[in-house]
Design a protein around this ligand. Structure first.
Ligand code: NAD
Length: 314
C-alpha cells in the first residue's frame, strides 16, 4: 500500500489530475468533457480503439489502471458491471487491485451501474486504505454524456461528495447526494425499475388501443392529458412516428439498449431479494425484458412494444 499523502490540486491550473478508466459509450464523452474543461487526464481502456479516441482528444494513454493513476489525485471509472469494477479496484482474487496502489486521500468515483452490495464492498476496502470512494451512477444516457447534462446519483460521505461535486458538474447538470455508500446505486436502480415498468405498461396500453382501432398518436395525446401521463409518453413514446427524434422512430437504434435495462432490472431484483422487499411489478418487468432481450438486446428498450406486434421491429 502506498502511504504518501496526496495534495489534491498539484496541477498547474489548480485542477486535480484525473485517471479515467473505461472509455465506452458513456466513459469516452464524459472524459472528453473533462478534457474540454481543462483537466489533465490519464486514461485506460482494454480497447485500443477507445484509447486512441481519447489520445486524439488530448489525454495521456496509460498501459494499466495503476499507470493511469500514478500521478492522479482523482480516479473515475465507467465500467460495464460489478465484476469489472471489482477486478479493477480489488484485483482478480481480492488482491493486487488498483486501490492498494493509490496514495491515501485519493478520491475514487465509480460511475458504473452495479449492485449496491458490490459498491459497498469496494467502499469498505477503500476506507481501510484511507481512500475516499463514491458510487456515482448516472442517468441521462449517451446523449446526456455527450452534452454534459447527466444526472449523478451519489453515495458516500459528505466530505468526499463535496470534493467530487465540481468535477461531476463538468459532466452533469444535476448532482444528488443520495446518502451513504451504496445509496447512489440503490436510487439509480429504483428509478430504472420504475422506468422499465412504465415503458412496458405504456407499450401495453398503446397496443391495446391500436388493436381496438385507435390511432397511436391520438391515443398518446389523450393519455398525455389524462391520468396515465408519464415520462415515456412525454418524451420517449415506444410507438413509431408518434414522436420525432426518439429511437422508436429510428428503427429502435441508439438510446438505452434493452440488455442494459435487463441488467438494471436484475440488479433491482437482486437488491429486493437480498433485503426481502416485495417488488411484483418490477419482477414482471424483469421477466418481460429478459425474454425480450434474448433477440433484441441491442435495440433500444422502447422496442419492448414489439412483443405485442413484431412487425414494428422489422
Ligand atoms: P460500454 O460497454 O460501451 O463501455 C465500457 C468500457 O469499459 C468498454 O470500452 C470496455 O472496453 C471497458 N472495460 C471493460 N473492462 C475493463 C477493464 N478491466 N479495464 C479497463 N476498461 C475496461 O458501456 P457503457 O454504455 O459506456 O456503460 C458503462 C456503464 O454505465 C454501465 O455500467 C452501464 O450500465 C451504465 N450506464 C449506461 C448508460 C447508456 O445509455 N449506455 C446509461 C446510464 C448508465
Amino acid at each position: 500500500m502506498a502511504t504518501k499523502e496526496i495534495n489534491n490540486t498539484d496541477n498547474e491550473n489548480n485542477k486535480p489530475h484525473i485517471a479515467f478508466i473505461g472509455l465506452g459509450n458513456m466513459g469516452a464523452p464524459m472524459a472528453e468533457n473533462l478534457l474540454k474543461a481543462g483537466y489533465r487526464l490519464s486514461v485506460y481502456d482494454l480497447s485500443a480503439e477507445a484509447n486512441e479516441r481519447l489520445q486524439q482528444s488530448g489525454a495521456r494513454v496509460a498501459n494499466s489502471p495503476k499507470d493511469a493513476a500514478s500521478n492522479a489525485q482523482v480516479v473515475i471509472s465507467m465500467l460495464p458491471a460489478g465484476k469489472h469494477v471489482h477486478s479493477v479496484y480489488l484485483g482478480e482474487n481480492g488482491a493486487n487491485g488498483l486501490l492498494a496502489a493509490l496514495p491515501k486521500g485519493t478520491l475514487v468515483i465509480d460511475s458504473s451501474t452495479i449492485a449496491a452490495a458490490d459498491a459497498r464492498l469496494v467502499a469498505e476496502a477503500a476506507s481501510k486504505l484511507g481512500i475516499d470512494f463514491l458510487d456515482a451512477p448516472v442517468s441521462g444516457g449517451t446523449g446526456g454524456a455527450i452534452a454534459g447534462s447527466l444526472t449523478f446519483i451519489v453515495g458516500g460521505d459528505s466530505e468526499a461528495f463535496a470534493k467530487a461535486e465540481p468535477i461531476l458538474e463538468v459532466m452533469g447538470k444535476n448532482i444528488f447526494h443520495a446518502g451513504d455508500h451504496g445509496a447512489g446505486q440503490v436510487a439509480k436502480i429504483c428509478n430504472n425499475m420504475l422506468l422499465g415498468i412504465l415503458m412496458a405498461g405504456t407499450a401495453e396500453a398503446i397496443n391495446l388501443g391500436v388493436k381496438n382501432g385507435l390511432d397511436p398518436k391520438v391515443l398518446s395525446d389523450i393519455m398525455l392529458q389524462s391520468s396515465g401521463r408519464n415520462w415515456t409518453l412525454e418524451v420517449y413514446n415506444p410507438y413509431p412516428q408518434v414522436l420525432e427524434n426518439v429511437p422508436s422512430s429510428n428503427g429502435y437504434k441508439g438510446g438505452f439498449m434493452s440488455k442494459l435495462m435487463q441488467k438494471d432490472l436484475n440488479l433491482a431484483m437482486q437488491t429486493a431479494q437480498d433485503t426481502q422487499v416485495e417488488t411484483p411489478m418490477g419482477a414482471k418487468a424483469a421477466e418481460l425484458y429478459e425474454a425480450h432481450a434474448l433477440e433484441n438486446g441491442d435495440r433500444d428498450f422502447s422496442s419492448i412494444i414489439g412483443r405485442h406486434d413484431s412487425s414494428l421491429l422489422s
